[in-house]
Write a protein of this length. Sequence first.
Length: 297
Amino acid sequence: LNGYVGFANLPKQWHRKSIRRGFNFNFFIVGESGLGKSTLVNTLFNRELYPQKEVRDPSAEKQTNVKIETVSADIEENGVKLHLTVIDAPGFGDAINNSDSWEPIIEEINSRFDQYLEAETKINRTTIIDNRVHSLVYFIEPTGHSLKPLDITFMKKVHTKVNLIPVIAKSDTLTEEEIADFKQRILDDINTQGINIFRPPTYEKDDEETILSCQELMSRIPFAVVGSTDEVSGKDGNNVRGRAYPWGIIEVDNEDHCDFVRLRQLLIRDYLEELRETTAKKLYENYRTEKLRNMGI
Ligand code: GDP
Ligand code: MG
């Protein structure tokens, strides 16, 4: 199962010195249980970071309080070492009253910023381990309607602290047309609510190809994703990762079938370094300034 992930895409990821030494990438996955978060992470990294469960009893998994759980893995590719940490918040959105289910998540993001700030203020700070949250992938239930109050409240709570990437979970349960409409309604909500989501930046020095590929990527936000590490028999008879239905096969890695490839491009292949930089230069700096101001420094 251990296949190519693509984070060591060096020409596009510019911070080479730190990359050669090895680097951390930490991201949060948030969404109600059963939306395919663990499966999607396994699909992104092509390994079983989350063991597949045999039989699922969703009611047994539901819990009323939100917990914070992390899994880590060291992955090496083209001589580049990535220390990956995925942070999960099981229980989020599962209670009857979810009015404060974002609190443990905010606390986790803050405490990772605080830990960095503390390390920075020490005299010997040559090797600060970067445990800050570089991105948060938020899973939207594929209702086909619009965002729920919890989605909006949560995103508004975190959008100034993290690079927010909303995705439509299990998009194979919607038709192409439903996805298009749903995406539009989600974007409308995001705009009217003033929610900041991460968008890949373009630079003046970028060539036309980079700009076009970036625009293509942007036009797909919020990505409609499908996860699966199971192999099914594809159109040409060869095995592909996907989900099989009586009416046909959904191929995870096929850009015409879903936006999984685009999510991987944004999160790992082309913009991982950008996500880390934005966290360090903008999100953390904002946090730090605010914190010091509140302390009267
Ligand atoms: P989590 O609770 O959000 O971590 O969800 P899991 O990854 O454990 O998945 C919950 C169930 O949904 C499992 O039975 C998965 O096989 C299934 N599942 C995961 N991803 C998808 C998807 O993209 N489409 C569909 N139809 N089912 C999925
Ligand atoms: Mg899970």
